[in-house]
Write a protein that binds this ligand. Structure first.
Ligand code: ZN
Length: 129
């Protein structure tokens, strides 16, 4: 009867404040540009597929396959104006991916055009400090 649910990638709980928000600023892993101020996003577990990190090249190959990871730990932001800095890829179907506004590394996050109030930033794709 017992179900064991072990997430392969447990989030670092020190990053999540008692009320479930980001206790530290969210920074670009490559250039350190600030993406979010502390306490502006909510921790959210959701499985989302993000293509592998690369700099401003096509996110899909010609045969339509995409390398990437299914990530489950995200910062959820409900308003694009909450971001200090963020960029977006061109639409990929109904999806836009978030990239660093300064160095354009990405994707660091995920946004669906069907849900204008949900911007996800993957914890594994950013630094915290
Ligand atoms: Zn950057």
């Amino acid at each position: 009867m017992e179900t064991t649910q072990e997430s392969s990638v447990a989030p670092d709980r020190s990053l999540v404040s008692e009320d479930g928000r980001n206790s530290k600023a969210v920074l670009c892993q490559r250039c350190g540009s600030k993406v979010l101020c502390p306490d502006t996003a909510v921790f959210k577990e959701k499985e989302l597929f993000l293509p592998s990190m690369r700099k401003k090249t096509g996110l899909s190959t010609t045969d339509g396959s995409v390398d990437g990871d299914t990530l489950s730990s995200h910062w959820l932001v409900d308003d694009v104006y909450t971001f200090e800095n963020v960029g977006f890829t061109k639409d990929v179907g109904r999806i836009k991916y978030l990239i660093c506004a300064d160095c354009e590394i990405g994707p660091i996050g995920w946004h669906s055009l069907d849900d204008k109030k949900s911007f996800y930033v993957a914890l594994e794709r950013v630094n915290h400090g």
